[in-house]
Write a protein that binds this ligand. Structure first.
Ligand code: C5P
Length: 214
């Protein structure tokens, strides 16, 4: 069989409102980087579109940098037609300042910053042009995890969604550990018990390989 081409996004986007300040989130990129390593280990041709990360970068994997949601949409869209599977672990900022000032905003003028707009939804956008590609999303939730994740699976037209509980202190954001429920379109749910992000990434890639490429 030909080599599977995998596109993974990871890390946080930064939405600048002036040249030196931005809004973002505490994603470290650890889960996505672990998945990229696991994909590579499985023999998949792997490209990683990376926002801001605070984790060691993997060796031997093609890395494309993306700062804002708009950058990530552009870099991911450009590579989407040629890929077999897109795994979106990136914590894309849902909102961005409507206006980006060309100069550093002075403290006295802070009230001019209140207007926000939504960023483009990368998965939703790409799912409209999907043909053979498998789309996997991530859902970081603090409550009603399964029901919110299923809603996102439908709304973004995904093949599966990996849901995790980010309210836990011992797993999720910034932790080296995670716990994932992988939910498929037919409602089938596979629970991956708490483990290191590397362990979970390997289990996840094995499952995706068996489900979609065997
Ligand atoms: O809607 P929410 O941000 O919770 O959805 C999470 C999933 O959607 C993740 O896979 C994330 O990478 C993706 N996403 C996206 N574009 C956005 C926001 C999130 O593709 N603007």
């Amino acid at each position: 069989m030909r080599q599977i081409k995998c596109l993974i996004t990871a890390g946080a986007t930064r939405e600048y409102f002036d040249p030196v300040r931005f809004i973002s989130n505490p994603s470290t990129g650890k889960m996505g980087i672990a998945i990229a390593k696991a994909c590579k280990k499985s023999g998949w041709e792997t490209t990683l579109v990376l926002g801001a990360v605070s984790a060691p970068l993997p060796d031997g994997i093609e890395i494309v940098s993306a700062i804002s949601a708009e950058d990530m949409l552009r870099e991911t869209s450009a590579r989407f037609p040629a890929c077999d599977i897109l795994i979106m672990t990136a914590a894309v900022s849902d909102m961005r300042p409507k206006v980006k000032s060309a100069q550093k905003v002075k403290k006295e003028n802070l009230e001019m910053l209140v207007e926000f707009e939504q960023t483009p939804d990368i998965l939703k956008t790409l799912s409209k042009s999907k043909n053979r590609q498998i789309l996997i999303g991530f859902a970081a939730e603090t409550n009603d995890i399964a029901s919110y994740a299923k809603k996102k699976l439908e709304e973004k037209n995904l093949d599966a969604i990996a849901a995790n509980n980010v309210s836990r202190k011992d797993a999720g954001f910034a932790s080296d550990f995670n716990e994932i429920s992988l939910i498929f379109r037919n409602g089938e749910t596979i629970n991956l018990e708490r483990g290191t992000k590397d362990e979970l990434a390997q289990k996840l890639v094995k499952i995706l390989s068996e489900k979609f490429f065997s």
